[in-house]
Design a protein around this ligand. Structure first.
Ligand code: CAA
Length: 382
């Protein structure tokens, strides 16, 4: 019985800012952002995009009509919910034309939501091998203008089709997890901007990675050398570097290839920024799209982290997968974004904080297949 990722899609909005521009505007040394944080660019999400439209844009080019009939579950991981009651998956189901004979719901646990969905999907396909599940990780990361978290903003969506034809990655259900009630990052119901105890959140992340990774090695009798690559939830690239450093010395010759693959795994994240629930999966896309050295049968470790906090480590086996189409699609999305000045970004950011109830969104400049048009009678229109 095999189960895993059959197809994967990615979307981010058609705007970005350069981190050198942001550093200059905030009177910071650009190297703090480029080297200290590891971020080069950051996607900016306009009011014409929310988690539903971004997920629909990520999914639209990967699902065939046959897939849509075979999908039994639409699991939407997000911490940027568009309604306190109705799940984002209901809109996605109708926008994509997925069968009505499906379970459709949303999962929230900070950046961990999509991993909870993925594990549920793996279990479901194991029991129902002739069906398919889609798992979404879509978010907009907002900390506020002129805050220390601003350089770690971003947004976008990753959609994975899980089935018994794992053409990209196969999973075996083995994972280790750890959770604890901590206040490292959270977002009270009244605000669109996150609250964060930044340095503490770094420490909790490293602690949870070490616990789950070491438990995984012990439980399944493995060593770090059994992995060809380790991928991470990437709130910002330096966070992944810190985590990998805690188990693999950068100067250790035996760790050279794991560091090489790690750098492939942050190429896209360093240009898009934090996707929260989608960040680990964008990092996985970055690795498999950009690495020329991985091959079928390689074991890829994956660390998922959701503040609050939940950590999980699991692994997948890379399949004989031609990455050229995926690389072309993701490169195009990222390379074709329009660069904004910092004042244009600030204006767009402020617009995104206002609930555009009963007003139409300005769609000029956003030619994405799916857009949020606005609200009518308190109902969202796409
Ligand atoms: N040249 C090179 N490096 C420089 C530099 C320069 N001129 N100036 C500073 N640096 C380095 C610092 O030495 C530091 O490096 P180390 O971390 O290796 O020590 C790095 O730049 C950052 O500097 P500071 O720690 O002073 O930065 P800061 O106080 O402004 O905050 C931050 C950084 C805590 C990450 C902040 O951006 C933040 O709070 N971000 C949001 C929280 C976050 O992403 N946490 C991650 C774990 S939680 C999680 O993963 C869930 C999630 O998605 C949010």
């Amino acid at each position: 019985m095999s189960v895993g990722i059959e197809k994967v899609g990615f979307y981010t909005a058609p705007y970005y800012i350069d981190m050198v521009d942001l550093a200059k505007a905030r009177q910071q040394d650009p190297n703090k952002f480029l080297v200290g944080i590891g971020q080069k660019q950051q996607s900016v999400i306009p009011p014409s995009q929310d988690v539903v439209s971004m997920a629909a844009n990520a999914a639209t080019n990967i699902l065939s009509d046959e897939d849509k009939q075979l999908i039994d579950m639409i699991i939407f991981g997000t911490e940027t919910g568009i309604d306190n009651s109705k799940a984002a998956s209901m809109y996605l189901q109708s926008l994509l034309g997925i069968s009505d004979n499906a379970r459709a719901f949303e999962i929230k646990q900070a950046c961990y939501g999509a991993t909870a969905g993925l594990q549920m999907a793996i279990d479901y396909i194991t029991l129902h091998p002739d069906r398919k599940v889609i798992v979404v990780g879509a978010d907009i990361a907002r900390y506020g203008l002129n805050t220390s978290g601003e350089v770690t903003q971003g947004g976008g969506a990753v959609v994975m089709l899980i089935s018994n034809q794992p053409k990209i990655i196969q999973f075996d259900g083995r994972s280790t997890f750890y959770s604890k009630n901590v206040m490292d990052f959270w977002r009270p119901g009244y605000t669109k901007e996150a609250k964060v105890d930044g340095h503490y959140s770094n420490d909790v992340y490293i602690d949870f990675f070490n616990r789950t990774f070491k438990q995984f090695l012990q439980k399944f009798d493995l060593t770090i050398n059994d992995f060809s690559a380790l991928t991470f939830h990437v709130p910002y690239p330096k966070m992944g570097i810190k985590a990998l450093r805690s188990v693999a010395g950068e100067d250790d010759p035996s760790m050279e290839s794991i560091w090489h693959e790690f750098h492939e795994s942050i190429i896209y994240n360093s240009r898009v920024g934090n996707l929260y629930t989608g960040s680990l999966y964008l990092s996985l896309i970055s690795l498999i799209a950009n690495s020329d050295t991985l091959s079928a049968g390689d074991r890829i470790g994956m660390f998922s982290y959701g503040s609050g906090a939940q950590g999980e480590f699991f692994a997948g086996i890379l399949q004989d997968f031609d990455n050229s189409k995926l690389k072309h699609a993701v490169d195009q999305i990222i390379n074709n974004r329009n660069q904004l000045t910092i004042s244009e970004y600030e204006a767009m950011y402020k617009q995104g904080l206002i609930d555009a109830a009963n007003t139409a969104n300005d769609l000029s400049g956003d030619s994405s297949r799916f857009v949020l048009k606005g609200r009518s009678d308190d109902k969202l229109i796409y």
